[in-house]
Design a protein around this ligand. Structure first.
Ligand code: GDP
Ligand code: MG
Length: 597
């Protein structure tokens, strides 16, 4: 145990976490050149394309220092707030963390939120000043910022460049010298933390764990505490770029486990693995069931594909346990599913995977958060509203609560005004303002989660000219004055376009929605009135004017093949459209409420 070091890398996005991880693997010869690809740790295609690490992984390196052989387990953490619970569990599996700060960008919101998580778990923090090779680097100033933040000595900060390789040896030495060796009782009953799982279509779920006490042996009968299920440990091993099966993994070490589980929901991040016969009495604390934060309806474009969609969703859920769904029906869209996601990025990923991996064409409805409604009949028990159309009759309502978050934004002093303006527009209440330096300010707000879902990131980027970073964490439910705004097309309510909106903004947003829908809904043979309503009261109206001529009229009726081609073309264009009553609605229209500016 004394020669093991477990560490993670925490950083704001783009500060160089993946590049630095690759460098560490290179320097410890953990990767052969044939296996070498850029940014090894980001293995999913989607991750690679988006340049973000969605799922955390672990990798083991060997390093000789002062004549002794050390095992370094690098536990990678996802880089997006949607996955912050997984970040917290990865951090809980480590004794130390490299805190990477870009020497040109300095400390950003995610740097701080990750740091807090690491400090809560008592990790030893090794600050690394990355990208010192950049001409725009400000090493002295940024080192001062880090010293202020951590209360460490300037000499503790390691200047590095993941690009040139500068500082990589110092980092490896610091990991050995400064990160404590794991503690734990090798003779106690098995106690291991699940910090990640990956779905493998051939082998089932691969569970990544960190052993705290005891050891896990091949073929041992083990128990997952939270799910209460027992399994045989068919295969265990350590992770390099490939998996290396082993017979035993002991206290302090990190490994993978294969039990033949075929459903990702049976392996819960944060769960404790123990021995089925001699279970531990000290379950690892901090386990939480993942809770979806954002909900949306997913419907097949072609109503006949409902069963295919169900099968696809079920398969997706087998490898992404954080996706939840249940059947729902919409008067407008027919049969589909109400799905819960960790956040907007997760929603996009699921939508993309349905299309790419399952060849489904789907319509996604307006995302919303989950509200708590209380009726005058029962003021104590919340009705969970994850679809606006489930909101009880306003006359029966006692109150509605919505989820709030604590938002932290770091920006330049010049942009404090516009950033505050935006947050206040988004119903935020400022709770704190701290000058980190004379130039950089941290602003804290309490805000409704719903306002973040609705294009907050893009607006923040615009008002701050890109000089703002943002992070948030949930702080519970708060009472709010919400009304349901309905949309009527051709005098029919389209339930899939309804949204819950704060009373004070309802008129304004209703009007904007009508304007936006007018842009998005294609003209047809007849006028289409678009109306927004609260209950029976119409609050806004627009009209999509009728088309003058049939497009096929241009073909003079003569050239059949040309006419057919034109019709085919029209059909293709329809791919992402849904016929609701006699009106065709394109996918963009369902998202219109998110893009109203
Ligand atoms: P991550 O989001 O924290 O994983 O960041 P990446 O490792 O993907 O790096 C973001 C960008 O910064 C990439 O374009 C890297 O090539 C670049 N980068 C990373 N480290 C350095 C460095 O030390 N110097 C320079 N000049 N660029 C770097
Ligand atoms: Mg990365």
């Amino acid at each position: 145990m004394k020669n093991i070091r477990n560490f993670c890398i925490i950083a704001h996005i783009d500060h160089g976490k993946s590049t630095l991880a690759d460098r560490l693997l290179d320097s410890t010869h953990s990767v052969t050149s044939r296996e070498k690809q850029e940014q090894l740790l980001d293995s999913m295609d989607l991750e690679r394309e988006r340049g973000i690490t969605i799922k955390s992984h672990a990798i083991q390196m060997a390093y000789t220092y002062e004549g002794q052989e050390y095992i370094l387990n690098l536990i990678d953490t996802p880089g997006h707030v949607d996955f912050s619970y997984e970040v917290s569990r990865s951090i809980a599996a480590c004794e130390g963390a490299l805190l990477i700060v870009d020497a040109a960008q300095s400390i950003q919101a995610q740097t701080i939120s990750n740091l807090y998580l690491a400090l809560e778990n008592d990790l030893e923090i090794i600050p690394v000043l990355n990208k010192v090779d950049l001409p725009s680097a400000n090493p002295e100033e940024v080192t001062d910022d880090i010293v202020d933040l951590l209360g460490c000595d300037a000499s503790d900060v390691i200047p590095a460049s993941a690009k040139t390789g500068l500082g990589i040896d110092e980092i490896l030495k610091a990991i050995i010298e400064r990160v404590p060796a794991p503690k734990g009782n090798p003779d106690a009953p098995l106690r291991a933390l699940v910090f990640d799982s990956v779905y493998n279509p051939f082998r089932g779920v691969e569970t990544y764990f960190r052993v705290f006490d005891g050891s896990i042996k091949k073929n041992q009968q083990i128990k997952f505490v939270a799910t209460g299920k027992n399994y045989g440990a068919d295969e265990i091993g350590t992770l390099k770029l490939k998996q290396f099966p082993r017979n035993e993994i002991k206290a302090g070490d990190v490994g993978y486990l294969i039990t033949g589980i075929k459903d990702a929901r049976e392996v819960k991040v944060g769960d404790t693995i123990t021995d089925a016969e001699k279970p531990t009495t000290a379950v690892i604390s901090g386990f939480e069931d993942v809770k979806p934060m954002v909900f949306a309806g997913i419907y097949p474009v072609d109503t006949e594909e409902y069963e295919d969609l169900r099968a696809s969703m079920e398969k997706l859920q087998l490898n992404d346990a954080s996706l939840v769904f249940q059947p729902e029906s919409s008067a407008a869209l027919g049969f589909g599913f109400r799905c819960g996601f960790l956040g907007m990025l997760h929603l996009e990923i699921i939508q993309e995977r349905l299309e790419r991996e399952f060849d489904m064409t789907v319509i996604t409805t307006v995302p919303n958060v989950s509200y708590h409604a209380y009726t005058t009949k029962n003021r104590e028990e919340a009705i969970i509203v994850s679809n606006p159309s489930d909101l009880p009759e306003p006359s029966t309502l006692d109150r509605v609560e919505e989820p709030y978050i604590k938002a932290s934004i770091i920006t330049k002093a010049d942009f404090v005004g516009p950033v505050m303006g935006l947050c206040i527009e988004k119903r935020g209440e400022i709770t704190n303002q701290t000058y980190l330096t004379t130039e950089r300010v941290e602003l804290s707000f309490d805000m409704p989660l719903a306002e973040i879902v609705f294009d907050f990131y893009d607006r923040l980027k615009t008002v701050s000219k890109g000089y703002a970073s943002f992070d948030y964490s949930p702080i519970g439910m708060r009472k709010s004055k919400l009304v349901k705004v309905d949309v009527l097309l051709n005098a029919n309510t389209v339930d899939a376009l309804s949204a819950l909106i704060h009373q004070d903004n309802a008129y304004h947003i209703g009007k904007k929605m009508c304007e936006k829908l007018k842009e998005l809904i294609p003209r047809q043979q007849f006028d289409i009135p678009i109306q927004a309503a609260i209950g029976a009261k119409i609050i806004a109206r627009e009209t999509v004017k009728a088309l003058r001529k049939d497009v096929t009229a241009k073909c003079y009726g003569g050239d059949i093949s040309r006419k057919r081609k034109l019709l085919e073309k029209q059909k293709k264009g329809k791919k992402r459209m849904r016929q609701v009553g006699n009106v065709e609605i394109p996918q963009e229209a369902f998202m219109a409420v998110l893009k109203l500016n």
